[in-house]
Design a binder for this molecule. Structure first.
Ligand SMILES: NC(=O)c1ccc[n+]([C@@H]2O[C@H](COP(=O)([O-])OP(=O)(O)OC[C@H]3O[C@@H](n4cnc5c(N)ncnc54)[C@H](OP(=O)(O)O)[C@@H]3O)[C@@H](O)[C@H]2O)c1
Length: 286
């Protein structure tokens, strides 16, 4: 019997875990929101860990507002670096298992391959740099941990691209979406399943894994698939990144290679198109 604290329990990935753990009655999960466990506050985590005899922390809590981070660097680093440090320190003191999440945005590659775990990171912008700072602390930990990098997360929960496109489909305006940024969309509910499998096969050494649905697309083609699979007639016009400037830079291509996780668990990941169909089905049918 494991007793698992999932930080950031109200976030998109936190909610995906909440749905998937219903299939694991033999483990006890806790999903406190930020008001109960604030990872920037060492004592709030430690109090919760002791009170609930936690043996594992899954840290989904993060500062995730990529563009706003440019004006809120202090807050982004407080959560994505200091928060990770706090979790690691508690894990070290109480001998806990830990799992952390990071992002494809730590890369800034221009080559057309799938990025593997050992590729050199080159984070651009405050959000990516704060996540990379968290990764650096995890890399220094003197005990086994799991770090999962994922990308382009979508699900029935929280704010994400799929829900944004479905909402914009209701408007009269033509959708303009960038068509020169490439990546691998990842279904949060698939990611949660893989993460839970990893907890069952917790490594004896520190491990980094890339977890994403298979395949690669660009944001415009992704939007077109969302509308097509939903049976919605709506034009999407592809535009270059320069036509849609954002505060923080985005990688041009950050598709994650997932061979390592697929061979570690011995189970294949499905394509993002199949996962999208499931997500749309869940959004339509509740
Ligand atoms: N979303 C993506 O496309 C994407 C892509 C690649 C990687 N990731 C990574 O995947 C992980 C999960 O992302 P997500 O999409 O679930 O993000 P999310 O929806 O923004 O959820 C993050 C959660 O963390 C909470 N939080 C923020 N600061 C906190 C603190 N100090 N203490 C405790 N909780 C705090 C947030 O609460 P509030 O809402 O109150 O702030 C929110 O509930 C993150 O590590 C993210 O970097 C996400």
């Amino acid at each position: 019997m494991s007793r698992i604290l999932v930080t950031g329990g109200d976030g998109q990935l936190g909610k995906c875990f909440q749905q998937q753990v219903k299939n694991i009655p033999e483990w006890i999960f806790f999903f406190p929101g930020r008001n109960e466990v604030d990872i920037t506050d060492f004592h709030s985590i430690e109090t919760f860990v002791k009170k609930n005899q936690i043996d594992t922390i899954v840290n989904t809590a993060a500062y995730t507002q990529v563009d706003q981070a440019e004006d809120n660097a202090e807050q982004a680093y407080a959560v994505n670096e200091k928060g990770v440090e706090n979790v690691l320190q508690i894990a070290s003191q109480h001998h806990l298992k830990t799992m952390f999440f990071s992002t494809d945005y730590v890369f800034h590659s221009v080559n057309s391959d799938f990025l593997i775990e050992s590729d050199t990171i080159l984070p651009q912008g405050v959000y990516a740099q704060s996540k990379a700072a968290g990764e650096a602390l995890i890399a220094k930990a003197a005990f086994p941990t799991i770090l999962i990098r994922t990308s382009w997360l979508f699900s029935p929960f929280g704010k994400n691209f799929v829900k944004t496109i479905l909402a914009l489909a209701e408007s009269d305006q033509t959708l303009k979406v960038v068509n020169d940024q490439w990546g691998s969309p990842t279904y949060g509910l698939d990611l949660a399943i893989v993460a839970l499998q990893l907890l069952r096969h917790y490594p004896s050494q520190k491990k980094v894994f890339h977890v994403a649905n298979t395949g690669v697309t660009n944001w415009c083609a992704f939007a077109q698939s969302i509308l097509k699979q939903s049976g919605l007639q709506k034009e999407v016009q592809g535009v270059p990144t320069e036509a849609y400037p954002t505060r923080a830079p985005r990688p041009q291509r950050s598709a994650l290679g997932t061979s390592k996780i697929q061979s570690y668990l011995g189970t294949p990941l499905r394509s993002w198109e199949e996962a999208l169909a499931d997500c749309l089905n869940q959004l339509q049918n509740g």
